[in-house]
Design a protein around this ligand. Structure first.
Ligand code: SAM
Length: 205
């Protein structure tokens, strides 16, 4: 599979800091009562979310990504992260290995088949009643125009296949048409970024 983040890995966090930091804190707050749990960030990128969890006392943290350059950034600093260079659609973990899976900005840029395979893998990896937190874009009647505009701009700058997949994801109604109710029960939908970003918490059914 082609690596998309070779050139941007080193400036990904500083570039997106203003946009992304409030979301990282919101995810932290969602997970505060799960500090002792095994947490997998599937498509963890630079590990920025898990590092924030580590700073706040979380210990059992697993960071998986396909991009070596992103993972090189994730390895920086003294954080108790276990890091895996693997494909999120087909990981080497055993069934039910984790209590919580995070999928943050990993879905919208993928084609439909990969999106479905990532969710199937997350389902397999979660133990009974485990939680999945999906942070991603949502365009619906709650989304403010300024949010739509800003997000479209960021995605357009990413360009190519990434942007084409984003457009299809939005046309297909995002997570609402993707996450199967018989697999995951929606527990909470928090909105940020002018209601253009959801932090959706689902429990494995
Ligand atoms: C937009 S970045 C998001 C990174 C991070 N989750 C965040 O919130 O900043 C998407 C990440 O997904 C990774 N990725 C894409 N396809 C993947 C796959 N099949 N398996 C694992 N990681 C993948 C990319 O390498 C990249 O790091």
């Amino acid at each position: 599979m082609k690596e998309d983040y070779n050139s941007s890995a080193n400036f990904y966090d500083p570039l997106l800091y203003v946009f992304i930091q409030p979301l990282r804190k919101a995810v932290l707050n969602e997970l505060l009562e799960h500090k002792d749990k095994a947490i997998l960030d599937l498509c963890c990128g630079t590990g920025n979310q898990l590092k924030l969890l580590a700073k706040n006392g979380f210990k059992d943290l697993h960071c998986l990504d396909l991009s070596e350059t992103m993972l090189r950034v994730a390895k920086k600093g003294n954080y108790p992260l276990k890091i895996y260079h693997q494909d999120a659609t087909e990981t080497g973990f055993e069934d039910a290995a984790f209590d919580v899976v995070i999928l943050s900005f990993a879905i919208h840029e993928k084609d439909r088949e990969t999106q479905e395979r990532m969710l199937e893998e997350a389902y397999r990896l979660l133990n009974q009643n485990g939680l999945i937190l999906i942070v991603d874009f949502v365009f619906d009647d709650k989304t403010k125009n300024i949010g739509r505009w800003g997000i479209r701009l960021i995605e357009k700058m990413a360009g190519g296949e990434h942007y084409a997949n984003f457009k299809k994801y939005i046309q297909n109604n995002g997570l609402a048409s993707l996450v199967k109710e018989d697999k995951f029960r929606l527990v909470k939908d928090s909105r940020m970024g002018f209601n253009g970003v959801t932090i959706s918490t689902y429990q494995k059914s």
